[in-house]
Design a protein. Structure first.
Length: 57
């Protein structure tokens, strides 16, 4: 079964806006598959390289 995660939750995680429950969900999701880690890394890299996006941490 293909795993899916909502894009807005990933965006919230990258921007530091997740609830503790959402953050735990993402962390568990990242542990389940190295492809998930690569996917998130690519998104983070694209967001961080865009000067028009502000990340809250």
């Amino acid at each position: 079964m293909k795993e899916e995660i909502k894009a807005n939750l990933i965006t919230k995680y990258i921007c530091g806006l997740c609830t503790p429950e959402e953050e735990e969900f993402i962390k568990n999701w990242l542990k389940t598959n190295t492809s998930n880690q690569l996917f998130l890394g690519c998104i983070k890299q694209n967001i961080m390289s865009n000067p028009g996006i502000t990340v809250v941490k």
